[in-house]
Design a protein around this ligand. Structure first.
Ligand code: FBP
Length: 262
């Protein structure tokens, strides 16, 4: 049986992670404003907001990680400039991530890309190294490439979850399918492996986003790895509080005090 390597990030089996690797992935101009371009702001938000973990690339971890929230280092990355089927390669060793204080290793796999075999192979090696050191390997599994028509369809999202399980991930970060019932099929496909919803672009309202999170929890998932919907929010600490209520306390969105932005 698999041991629970994710325990550093779990409270009663649930979790809310703060993701901040978008600078490299998207380019800073699209996602950031004067406030959230500063990694120190994110480190403070992770701590004050009571997030279960924070996700950085190694350069940000080196300069800004303060050791007070469990760290996941994303060990591969790619820019937003190269077009065509995506490939994201290793940019940080497991050993170096560990030396930065990592309690988990993150790696993105573009399932369906013509380069998927290279990412499978690299993730396979990284997963084994992480496990040797007692760290969980968390797979961002994003279906992309010419063969993927709709990356949030039930079939493709559940395939992403299943691929992560079969590749040996301890947890998968996958896109929301749009409703709880279809997402529960992805949770089933994960067969006990931890499932996190990937936040996505900022939702039109706080309430709309919190309803997605509620749907994810109703589906039996572990929680959420959120970036833009938290740190692009005008009141990120209030969003963090609402997320924790929905994820850890099971509070229904309609019972939250003013979930809609003021
Ligand atoms: P967001 O909540 O901002 O979507 O962050 C989650 C995340 O998985 C990041 O870790 C990653 O950089 C980004 O989304 C990838 O975004 P995209 O789906 O546009 O490639």
């Amino acid at each position: 049986m698999k041991q629970e390597r994710m325990s550093a990030f779990l409270k009663n089996g649930r979790s809310v992670l703060l993701a901040y690797d978008q600078g490299l992935e998207h380019g800073p101009s699209t996602d950031f404003n004067d406030k959230n371009i500063d990694p120190a702001f994110i480190m403070e938000l992770a701590e004050k907001g009571g997030f279960s973990g924070v996700i950085f690339q190694k350069g940000v971890a080196e300069r800004f990680y303060n050791g007070r929230v469990p760290l996941i280092v994303k060990v591969n990355g790619k820019s937003a400039l190269v077009k065509g089927d995506p490939i994201s390669r290793q940019v940080c060793s497991v050993e170096y991530a560990l030396s930065l204080g990592a309690k988990g290793i993150g790696y993105t796999i573009y399932l369906g890309s013509e380069h998927e075999a290279e990412m499978f192979k690299e993730f396979g090696r990284i997963q084994e190294e992480a496990h040797e050191k007692g760290l969980p390997a968390i797979a961002w599994v994003y279906p992309r490439g010419a063969a993927v028509v709709n990356d949030t369809a039930k079939e493709i999202v559940s395939y992403a979850a299943r691929a992560a399980l079969e590749l040996g991930a301890d947890a998968a970060k996958i896109k929301y399918t749009g409703d709880s019932q279809s997402f529960s099929w992805a949770v089933k496909a994960a067969a006990g492996m931890k499932v996190f919803m990937s936040g996505g672009p900022k939702a039109p309202t706080d309430e709309a986003f919190l309803r997605q999170v509620q749907g994810v929890m109703d589906a039996g998932a572990t929680g959420l790895a959120v970036g833009r919907n938290a740190w692009q929010n005008a009141e990120p600490l209030r969003m963090a509080e609402n997320l924790k209520k929905v994820i850890f306390e099971g509070v229904r969105v309609e019972k939250l005090v003013s979930p809609v932005p003021v």
